[in-house]
Design a protein around this ligand. Sequence first.
Ligand code: ZN
Length: 270
Amino acid sequence: MNCIEALQRLDAARPDGSDLDQPEFRDARVHLECCPACAGEFSRRNAWDLAFLTASESAAESTSLFSVPDGLATRVLASLTSAENRAAVEPEATRPLSRRGWLTILTTTALVACVAVVWQSTLVTSGPLTVDRIRNWPDELFDSVDDAEALAALPEFIESGIPLPTGWDPAWLDQPIRSWPERTTVAVMSFQVPLSRRERVKGLLLAVPAGEVLDRPRVNDVTTARPNYSRSGRFSTAAWTDAESGMVFVCLVAPGHYERLRRALVPQPV
Ligand SMILES: [Zn+2]
């Protein structure tokens, strides 16, 4: 058996050497004993494989802190294994797991770990929102509805076209429109609705595509929505689903100002 044949044959051995005593590796083993070059190459390969195994295991361990969807790992493994099986030549099917087979599984372990991390991080930013989450979000950043500094610190809204609530005048909105830093589909606007010639109601308006909201409000207009205080008590909030624009709107005004906003928005009898 020459060097190439020996190393090819040893490719089928397990990286931990647990199956080296099998008869099929006997000739290769004999070759290793009398060929220092191959013995060195063989131990380098095994060391690399074992290092990879350790790294994969620790990656899998660190990601086990997160929850992975049931069966995800099984499905990824199954798809790779079936591809491997299709490629395999029939007589080889009974051979013990080859080095390449081991590497496939090790790589898959690392892949599943990566998928788990990516899956987890996208969940944070693209998981469904609730009205409560939207309603209470300004508590974290805004001292009041006209906290211009907090508003200016937000990124500009980059999605094209901002649907407004039906009947709202674009001139009521201050420019530029902002967005949530971690979720660019959520528009954050500050508005001033004229109440009389001198009086205005100031507030914040958050707009989210209705499809992203888990518990879409049943009311379809701010004037019929039931106001709720935000967690901090700094804002009186109202949420509604605007069927025409396909958006969920959450509007925040200072405590006690909701009635004024409602009066400003309800069409006055002529
Ligand atoms: Zn050799």
